[in-house]
Design a protein around this ligand. Structure first.
Ligand code: SF4
Length: 280
């Protein structure tokens, strides 16, 4: 065969090969392994799945959740904002023991409730919100339960819950996703907001907008259980590595997919002082 024809055939084959292989950007940061990043035109669904798999590999699979009834989860979530998880669990356990039933908690005085939740943040404000919500649920439904919500659509349930003072999208998301209702929903706490914004998945915005944008990226195939698992993995990352004050990007399992983290490392490296000359 003519050499020119052979060369032309080779060029065509190489060009086809290049088209089949999506270009991977390589992170080239001094002192790090070369890390493959997202394809240059990533499918959003793949990004969340990829992040999920990296976190699973790093932290392992979270223990299955002990599902509570919607009312117990509602009480826990209402008390939990700005309070450590262990503290809130301990306070809810003490409430169960001290009052014996959620009806007794509802009928207790504000002073008694406030005293019983002293260990959480803003006990005075939360005692008012809690008593008021328990009273209103009883008035509207006729008894103190949220089990009836199971017959409604997820968006209706969340809108209904968010009528109560102190109940925002984080609490309503937790009730529908973490309780026996087990619906597909995101519960965006402060860790989730910070991590997803640093990862460039969501803009700097309030929880409502962030949730709406993030829901667009959640693959259709993700079940309520998987969304709960993802929440716990992201939360763990936010508590241990992607912390508010000082993200530990160098040891983060998501560094390869986080441009913010790569920039932080590059900036820190450029600001490091020159080594001093110690020759004689
Ligand atoms: S690389 Fe840094 S900023 Fe990005 S998720 Fe990890 S810790 Fe957070």
């Amino acid at each position: 065969m003519d050499v020119a024809v052979q060369q032309k055939k080779l060029q065509i084959q190489e060009s086809r090969q290049r088209k089949r292989t999506p270009p991977l950007i390589e992170a080239k940061i001094e002192g790090m392994h070369s890390v493959p990043l997202f394809p240059s035109n990533p499918d959003p669904d793949e990004r969340l799945e990829q992040i999920h798999q990296l976190l699973l590999k790093h932290f392992g699979k979270p223990e299955p959740r002990d599902l509570w009834d919607p009312l117990s989860q509602f009480i826990y979530s209402l008390l939990s904002s700005r309070t450590k998880t262990e503290t809130t669990y301990a306070v809810v356990a003490q409430l169960r023991q001290r009052f014996g039933s959620w009806e007794n908690l509802r009928d207790a005085t504000l002073a008694e409730i406030e005293n019983a939740i002293q260990d959480i943040t803003f006990p005075e404000q939360k005692a008012v919100q809690l008593k008021s919500a328990l009273q209103q649920i009883t008035q509207r439904y006729g008894s103190l339960t949220l089990d009836f919500l199971a017959q409604y659509r997820t968006d209706k349930i969340r809108a209904w819950l968010e009528q109560f003072p102190g109940v925002g999208s984080k609490t309503s998301g937790a009730v529908v996703n973490f309780s026996t209702l087990r619906r597909r929903a995101l519960c965006l706490d402060s860790h989730h907001l910070r991590v997803t914004q640093r990862l460039g998945l969501t803009p700097r915005a309030d929880a409502h907008t962030t949730e709406e944008r993030l829901m667009r990226l959640v693959p259709e195939s993700w079940t309520a259980e998987k969304m709960d698992e993802d929440h716990r993995l992201i939360k763990k990352l936010g508590q241990t590595i992607c912390t508010f004050a000082e993200p530990k990007c160098r040891i983060c399992p998501l560094l390869g997919v986080c441009k913010y983290g790569q920039r932080q490392i590059a900036v820190n490296a450029s600001e490091a002082p020159e080594p001093r000359y110690s020759g004689s």
